[in-house]
Design a protein around this ligand. Sequence first.
Ligand SMILES: Cc1cc2nc3c(=O)[nH]c(=O)nc-3n(C[C@H](O)[C@H](O)[C@H](O)COP(=O)(O)OP(=O)(O)OC[C@H]3O[C@@H](n4cnc5c(N)ncnc54)[C@H](O)[C@@H]3O)c2cc1C
Length: 820
Amino acid sequence: MKTHVRVLVIGGGVVGVSTLYHLTKKGWTDVALIERTELTAGSTWHAAGLLPLFNMSYTVGQLHKYSVDLYKRLPAETGQDVSFHVTGNLRLATCRERMDEYYKYCGTANTIGVPFEIITPKQVKELWPLLELGGSAQMAPIIGALYHPQDGHIAPADLTMALRKGARSAGAEIYEHTEAVGIERTGSGEWRVRTAKGGDITAEHLVLATGNYARQAGRLLGLSVPAIPVEHQYIVYDESPELKAYRQGGGRELAVLREPDTSYYLREERMGWILGPYEKGAPARFADGVPEWFGRSLFPGDLDRLVPHVEAATRRVPALEHCGIKDIVNGPIPYTPDGSPLIGPAWGVANVWLNEGHSFGITAAGGAGWQLAEWIVEGEPGIDMLAVDPRRFGAYTGKRYLVKKNEETYRNVYTVHFPDEERPDARPAKTSPVYDRLSARGAVWGQRYGWERANWFAPPGVERRDEWSFRRANYFEHVGNEARLMRERVGVIDLTPFTKHEVTGPGAESWLDGLVANKVPSKVGRLALSHALTQRGGIRSEFTITKIAEQHYYVVSAGAAERYDSDYLFKSLPADGSVGLRNITNTRGCFVVAGPKSREVLAQLTDTPLDNTAFPWLTAQVIEAAHAVDVYALRVNFVGALGWELHLPIEYAHGLFDALFEAGSAHGIGMVGMRAMESLRMEKSYRMWGSDLTPDYTPFEASLDRFVRMKKGPFIGREALERQLAAGVPNRFVTLEVHGVTDDDPLGNEPLFDQAGRMIGRATSGYYGHALQKSLAIGYARSELATPGTELAIEILGQRKRATVLPESPYDPENLQLRS
Ligand SMILES: Cc1cc2nc3c(=O)[nH]c(=O)nc-3n(C[C@H](O)[C@H](O)[C@H](O)COP(=O)(O)OP(=O)(O)OC[C@H]3O[C@@H](n4cnc5c(N)ncnc54)[C@H](O)[C@@H]3O)c2cc1C
């Protein structure tokens, strides 16, 4: 066994082996993998081998697409067959919401180039003759289906062996029966891994790909990895006489069938079937770690949980009735709270990488290995990986949270994934101090990064409930009223979840300046919207940087980016001690007070003059407001109105909140929720980090040129921007008015087309602009098609609609209200 390697992968399932394979593809051949027993001994050996291309996530969709393409090439490359049956994959729909989901998915699929078809019930029957179309009281009729002709199923162990062969032939080492039992940092900053059979391996980089063991493996490094497995079972049937007759009569292998509305998948297996449901009541397992006795075992089958799905599948495919059950496979399947894997850097420790939490790991392994290897070798992934970045979760994902959330995610794998869905389990986890006050005002709650956030406020007499939809929903009118309140009078938004850091010390300014593309303010009381870029020039973070005092900066970023940004900032700190950094997210609250009357309201609470000369737009002051002291008042906001963000020491939240409402009562003050904020920011073309601003686009593509100072000196990403400027900026940010919308406003991830019908970009967000009374989308189009007045088309829920490029900031383009 080698004693030193560049990268050591821990875990020999399909994901670990794929990571090893892809590292060698990137030219890193001094790499090794250790496996506690034998390759595939974890979840990989008992997986059903399905490879669904379907995924609502832009990122995960790209990973799955890469996998499917790779698995088709692997046999020729490695000489190892992988039993890839390209049967196609059919997802049935029996209700309109399901069809809407498929149409929404089509937008994502189009933008990433996944081939698919929406087909009619008649075509379903032609593809799958053994299926009943339904329409009786017992069985809902099929109204359409989504068909992927290019995926199917594979043999997971053969796939792992092909990847192993590819990795080993390039020089990678694999050591089985070698368990990692201890990890420590060496004096030179490498990782020394102690193995159970004796002997250490030291590595520059460490990858954890331990599947169901992620919690244990994480603990070796002091990490609480947010992945806990859930039971998943499928039934293996004996030979089916009907299927046999169909195949012997010349019928081709049937497509993998999914009926999400009754929550099961079905595929052929040796003239019989494999039927796998996603049932209610499947328990999370191994919350405290996998016990020693489990090894390569399975759980006993739980037929009671399966019965409703077996009945539904048998109604749809009567041939199931005539074959016996051969086996039930019930194994642990790794899960995370949102069902997407954890691929990327671990937080708080350098050169430790996670490839964990894979619930569709056979499908994802290729793409996950590809991008993680890219990240390790190049320092950055090649595509936007925010949706799978392990740091999208925070410290709030404790054991009980994970158990509840993962069980909830599992039982919802096949429910309709509405864009405005808010799942109820493990809530509330984190609340702002004024949570009860907002509840008393009718808050209808959502959740992000563990925080409860009021999505909208139900007026008295209106039920506090969302009717989730892909279209305008029950809250449309109330959100509109909140948006108008902000435009016409004064509204309050509780943005306490913002991520907040304090940067101090003699090196603070120059350190921040090297991290972001904008000029960091050097005058006290100035603030700047600034973007930290990747080496490739993509946007990794957005910060509002305020100079509070000499050698003292206050840095605010998206609430959901707390661990992501904090980890980046801490890891980037200079070693010379010249910069102090504190994450103060939980010590300050934030109320946005905005609207034409906001000055009059706030003036009642503070002695600080608020007029334009004393307190101009884009400046900040430390003020007293009511009984709150040391309030950082920033004259900026995300809604495009006269107003202030009040960042207050959190202990004053109740007092200041009550004082604001008392002072504002004469001006018609009211609460405004997240959905109204979405409408308001769309009218101002304000880009949201994570959806509109991602590593896929540079600040020039995002048309944020005014926030980039190319001449200020070196900053991360500058060389890439220089290259882009020299070559020409390929895409530009656009704001679009979408015509002919009745109830299907754009929501993001819709493809854009030119007049000739060619795809030329994508919308990254969309909403109805209540003040403008227009359906709006923002996103990216090829530069030559981004000028105002250009006519484009956008595809929303399967329909192409006319879209006109508007000048930026269609509401108050000269920012007169902001400056008023
Ligand atoms: C019943 C069932 C059906 C499924 N069907 C499908 C499907 O059809 N399609 C699909 O895409 N996915 C499916 N899955 C999910 C799929 O099995 C997993 O997503 C995938 O196997 C995860 O692979 P992995 O490499 O991450 O983990 P694993 O395969 O579990 O591998 C992790 C490995 O790490 C090793 N290890 C752990 N700790 C250490 C240590 N300290 N030192 C050394 N080695 C260690 C373990 O022994 C293990 O071999 C199914 C799962 C189940 C349970």
